[in-house]
Structure formats: C-alpha cells, structure tokens
Design a protein around this ligand. Structure first.
Ligand code: HAM
Length: 421
C-alpha cells in the first residue's frame, strides 16, 4: 500500500506547534470580545462570484490562487481565500447594517490559496481577524490598528507596524497616470511581471521583490504625495490618534497590500526571523467593497493576522513549547492503577491539567513521561501507600518527595500551585 501524505501546502500542524496556534487564537478572541467585536462564522466556501467581485476579477488571488470547483448542482464555488468579502456578503445578506453602526465582527479559521508553498506560505492557513462596518471616520481606523497591535503584543511577538494611506479611487485616478508614466519611462529596467502590471495593476509593482525593480521603484511618485485634502486629513487624524494611544508605527509610503479592495488606511505587521514571508498580519479600509458586492455605501475597515506565521515567529523567538501539564499520576500495580484513574479524574474535575499512565508501564518510564510532558508534579500511587491512605507527591524540578493523604491531595497541590498554563 502506498503511504499517504498531507496535500502539498496543507501541512499537519502537530504538537507542540498546534498548542501555540490555539493559544494565539484564544488571545485574539479574548481581545476581540474586550473591544466589542462579536464572533461571526461565515461558511468556508462561497459562490465564486463573491470573491470575483469582492477581490476584483483581475487580481492575483482571483486569477491564480483560488480553489474553485463545480458542485454536484453545477454551481461554481470557491474555498475562501480570505474572509473579508464573506463577512461583507453576510452583513448585506442579513441586513446586519440596519441596526446600530458600526457593526463589529470577528472571525477565525482556515483560508485557502493556491500559492507556491514555502516556509511561512501555505495553501491552507489560519487567520484571525475583525471587520468594522459602517463608520467612515478615522477613530475606527485607530481602534482597529490598536487592536491588531494589542493581539500581537499579548501573543508575545515583537513586530513592526507599517502604515500608509492609498487614498480613495479619485486620488488614485489622479495619481496612477503619473506612476504609469514613470514606469513606462523605466520599462527596460523592470522585470517581465512588473511590465505586465503597468497595464493591469500598476500599484502592485511596489510589491516586487526583485532588487533592480526595487531600485527603480525607489524613485517612483508616491500615492501618499497625491492624496486629496479629505484623505490627507483622515490619514493625519489616524496618525494623531495612534500617537495619543501610544501605538508605535512607521510610515511606509510604498505599502500597497495584496488585495485590490483597499482605500485610504492600509497597514501591515512584520516580524523578525521569518525570511521572505515576514508579514504576520495586515489590513485596511475598504470603503467600496459593499457596493462591489451589490450593497449600498457601507464603509469598512479590518485586519487579519496569519496564525501559522505568528507561531513560526514565536518559535524563532524561542517560545516555550512544554505541554503545560500540572500533574502526572503514576502508579505501581494493578490495584493502584485503578485508583490512579479515580485520583486523576478528581484532579481534572477540579480544573488541573492532569495525565496518567494507562498501560501499566514501569515507574521509571512513567516518571520519564511526566518529565517529557513538563509536569510540575508527579503523584505516585503505590499499593502499600494506598493501604495506608496516602500517595507520594514528587516535585519534578527538585526531585523532592512528600507523603500526602489521598483526601488532602488536591488541596495540597492547589496550595503549592503556581499554575503552568
Ligand atoms: P492578507 O494580507 O491577504 O489580508 O492576509 C493576512 C495575513 O494572512 C497575512 O499577513 C499573512 O500573515 C497571512 N497569510 C496570507 N496568505 C498566507 C499564506 N499563503 N500562508 C500563510 N499565511 C498567509 C487579508 O486576508 C485581508 N482579508 C485582511 C483584511 C481584513 N483586510 C481588511 N479586513
């Protein structure tokens, strides 16, 4: 029989990394709730047109990266490459924007893009994110950016926040001919991909990583120098609020993000130690997306953080990977093993993270398992001790042992506890 492997670009997230994933998602979800964002669970696939219209038919994601299939009813469906278009579709479909504004929503889950896999770039990956709909002013921009920064900080990751404004379509309409003229004048020095982008999507040339192209783009006119008065005021106000809120950022006038729905504020977070795929999150305003999806005017802003990249970056920073077990219950002999199950069950019901030997292995092997699991204490249940109504509690770090009556075990552990979780 041939052995099976996970599909390319869709790696199994194994322990201990999966635990880091969960912890970061929990950190994000706690903060989202604290800032008044309510969870929403859109489906993992949508009618293809949602993404074609939302992310624009000519964009890289839509033309090259979507997992699109025809279902048994002959409909074209697509595994979501991101969640913003889905959330806006859901808000419009269910009229969530008819109540108090802004509508503040959060989500987490898998996204799918048919990209060339490499370290930090997968075909299935997990995002957490928020979307705030219905507020046009700069205050919500500042809230959303500050929230993303708080999640990364509480997750324990050092990042650099890049901030830019790419104006609204009218600013871009005035600016793009200048950019195109500059790119045309330097066409010979650009890579084939960028030459194509001059016609299809000139702003995206700023994303190019080819050193020669980057050199050319250093001299290109910048959208930030061509904002209309309103967009300029909006951006100044966002910066002022972030400064007041103590959020560090760096203006990055060449930051154009990979999605075409953005207007005005855009931002991205970069982390050390990840190589080329060093963007752990990003977002921005998308004031025209609702109309693209057939709704009325409904300004919006949000972000998504890439959990896989955050976990990688935390590992690069040396994140603790122990399992965080409070106690391991070891036993010697058949009778003691049955008793160990009762003791472990009692400790678990009291909220302690507890594991035990299930296979009657030797005591040394069990203590090794306790050590490997990072347990703070091992409880050793022996037949003779049991007859006397006691167990031995071993401090795994110091090796010190104490005899404790079974009845007093939970209280004894709790009293000694500085919880590992
Ligand atoms: P995005 O920049 O495409 O934005 O993705 C956000 C984050 O998801 C990236 O910064 C990265 O950390 C992670 N990510 C993206 N693609 C991959 C991949 N192939 N492998 C691993 N991680 C990946 C969005 O998706 C927007 N929906 C964000 C947003 C929300 N804008 C407004 N609201």
């Amino acid at each position: 029989m041939a052995k099976f492997e996970a599909p390319r670009g869709a790696p199994d997230i194994l322990p201990p990394r999966a635990k880091v994933h969960r912890r970061v998602v929990r950190t994000a979800e706690d903060l989202f709730a604290r800032y008044g964002y309510r969870p929403i669970e859109p489906p993992i696939f949508e009618v293809t047109e949602v993404f074609e219209r939302g992310l624009e038919a000519g964009s890289d994601i839509v033309t090259k990266e979507m997992y699109t299939f025809t279902d048994k009813g002959g409909r074209s469906l697509t595994l979501r490459p991101e969640a913003t278009a889905s959330v806006v579709r859901a808000v419009l479909e269910h009229g969530l924007d008819r109540g108090a504004l802004p509508v503040k929503l959060s989500y987490s889950g898998p996204m799918f893009r048919h990209e060339r896999p490499q370290a930090g770039r997968q075909r299935q990956f997990t995002q957490v994110g928020v979307e705030a709909l219905g507020s046009p002013g700069p205050d919500i921009d500042a809230e959303v950016v500050e929230l993303a920064s708080a999640v990364l900080r509480d997750a324990g990751l050092d990042t650099t926040l890049q901030l830019n404004s790419i104006g609204h379509p009218a600013c871009r309409a005035a600016y793009l001919p200048r950019l195109v003229a500059y790119l045309e004048a330097n066409r010979e020095r650009l890579c084939a991909d960028c030459r194509r982008k001059i016609e299809t999507n000139p702003l995206r040339t700023f994303d190019c990583r080819v050193p020669g192209d980057r050199e050319v783009l250093r001299g290109a006119p910048l959208i930030s120098d061509h904002l209309c008065d309103e967009c300029r005021e909006h951006f100044d106000a966002v910066q002022g609020l972030l400064k007041d809120g103590g959020v560090d950022f760096r203006l990055e006038p060449r930051l154009v993000r990979g999605l075409d729905y953005y207007t005005r504020t855009t931002f991205a977070y970069l982390a050390e130690g990840l190589g080329a795929q060093n963007e752990v999150g990003g977002g921005g305003r998308y004031d025209g997306l609702s109309e693209q999806l057939g709704g009325g005017p409904l300004p919006g802003i949000g972000f998504a953080l890439g959990i896989d990249r955050i976990a990688l970056a935390l590992e690069a920073e040396g994140e603790e990977t122990a399992t965080g077990l409070d106690v391991y219950v070891a036993s010697v002999g058949e009778e003691a093993r049955r008793r160990a199950f009762v003791i472990a069950t009692d400790l678990r019901r009291r909220g302690l993270a507890c594991d035990l030997d299930l296979d009657g292995r030797g005591l040394r092997t069990q203590l090794k398992a306790a050590d490997r699991a990072g347990a703070r204490h091992a409880v050793v249940v022996g037949e003779r001790d049991l007859a006397e109504g006691g167990v031995t509690v071993r401090d795994m770090a110091s090796g010190r042992e104490e005899r404790v009556p079974v009845d007093a075990l939970a209280a004894h552990l709790e009293a000694h506890w500085t919880r590992a979780r």
